[in-house]
Ligand binder design. Structure first.
Ligand SMILES: Nc1ncnc2c1ncn2[C@@H]1O[C@H](COP(=O)(O)OP(=O)(O)OP(=O)(O)O)[C@@H](O)[C@H]1O
Length: 280
C-alpha cells in the first residue's frame, strides 16, 4: 500500500504572510525559504503564536502569501487540493456517518464505485489499527481512535504531501505516544512527504528526519536541524544524543535576541538533567 506513488517536493521561496485587516494587519510569517525533499518527514517547531499554522495554511492553499511563493514540485500552490492531505488537532469527521463512510468519503466524491470504496476503506481502517470498527460512529470512539479515522480518511486520497497541525495535541500523554508510534509505522508503509507542526520538542525529535525551528512572531526559520538519531526513535529517546538535541532546541526556543548569535549545537553528550526541565 502506498499513500502516494509520487511524494512531492516542497519549496518555499521568500514567503511572507500578512494577517489581519487595515491598521490591525501584521506580518505573521517573514521571508521563509526552504526545500523539503520528496518523502522527507519534517517537523516545524516553534513557540505558540509564531506562525506555524499560518505557514501550513499557505501550503494548504488556504492563505495567499503577501510576497514570495509556496511550490509543490515547482508548481505554485493556488488553492486547496486533495493531493495535500490535512490533519488538524481536532477531527473533522461527519458525526452522522460511520467510520467506513467517513474514510471512504473522498473516494465517493471522486465517483469511485461502492465495492471499491468499501474494500479500500477497510484497508485503510486496518492500516490505522481500527479493524472491527468500520460500522461505528465517531461519537462511539475515543479521541485517539477519532484521530486514527481522520488519518485514514486523509491517506485514502493518496496525498503527495501530508500537512499535520498538532494532530495529537488534544490527546493524553499515553495516547499521544501510541499515535506517534502509529504514524511512524504507517510511514514505513507509505510514501508521502510530511510537514508536521508541533510545539513539543520530544515529539519533533521522535518523529522527524529534520526539525525546522521558528522564531517568535513574525515567524522566521532560525534553525534547520537534521535529526541524526537512529530509528526506531523510541529506543533512542533516553540517549545522550537525544538529550543534547533537546537542549539545543530548547535554547533556540527560549532565545529572543537577533539571529546573529544563536546558540550552536552542543557537542555529543548529555547535558545536566536540571537543564532539561523547562517546558515551552
Ligand atoms: N485570521 C487571523 N487574523 C488575525 N490574526 C491571526 C489570525 N490567525 C492567526 N492569527 C495570529 O497570527 C499569529 C500566528 O498564528 P498561528 O496560528 O500561525 O501560530 P502558531 O505558531 O500555529 O500558534 P500555536 O502553536 O499556538 O497554534 C498569532 O499571533 C495569532 O494570534
Amino acid at each position: 500500500m502506498s499513500a502516494s506513488d509520487h511524494p512531492a517536493a516542497i519549496r518555499l521561496r521568500q514567503l511572507s504572510i500578512r494577517l489581519g485587516l487595515g491598521s490591525a494587519a501584521f506580518e505573521a510569517v517573514q521571508n521563509v525559504s526552504l526545500d523539503i525533499e520528496p518523502g522527507q518527514f519534517v517537523c516545524l517547531l516553534g513557540p505558540s503564536g509564531c506562525g506555524k499554522s499560518t505557514l501550513l495554511g499557505a501550503l494548504a492553499g488556504h492563505l495567499t502569501p503577501a510576497s514570495g511563493q509556496a511550490l509543490l514540485d515547482g508548481e505554485r500552490v493556488a488553492g486547496p487540493h486533495p493531493e495535500r492531505g490535512l490533519v488538524f488537532q481536532h477531527h473533522t469527521l461527519f458525526p452522522w456517518k460511520t467510520v467506513a463512510q467517513n474514510v471512504a468519503f473522498g473516494l465517493k466524491m471522486k465517483g469511485v464505485d461502492a465495492a471499491t470504496r468499501q474494500r479500500q476503506a477497510e484497508e485503510f481502517i486496518d492500516l490505522v489499527g481500527l479493524t472491527g470498527f468500520a460500522r461505528h460512529y465517531p461519537g462511539q470512539l475515543s479521541g485517539g481512535m477519532q484521530q486514527r479515522v481522520e488519518i485514514a480518511r486523509v491517506l485514502i486520497n493518496h496525498p503527495r504531501v501530508l500537512l499535520m497541525d498538532e494532530p495529537f495535541g488534544a490527546l493524553d500523554a499515553l495516547t499521544r505516544l501510541k499515535m506517534q508510534e502509529l504514524l511512524l509505522e504507517i510511514r514505513e508503509r507509505i510514501r508521502t512527504t510530511v510537514l508536521f507542526v508541533t510545539h513539543d520538542i520530544d515529539e519533533a525529535l521522535l518523529l522527524a528526519d529534520r526539525v525546522l525551528i521558528m522564531s517568535p512572531r513574525p515567524g522566521r526559520i532560525i534553525e534547520d536541524l537534521p535529526v541524526d538519531l537512529p530509528r526506531p526513535r523510541f529506543a533512542a529517546a533516553g540517549s545522550a544524543r537525544f538529550a543534547s538535541l533537546k537542549q539545543h532546541c530548547l535554547a533556540l526556543l527560549r532565545y529572543d535576541e537577533p539571529a546573529t548569535s544563536l546558540p550552536r549545537l552542543t557537542p555529543l553528550g548529555a547535558p545536566p538533567a536540571h537543564q532539561l526541565q523547562f517546558a515551552i
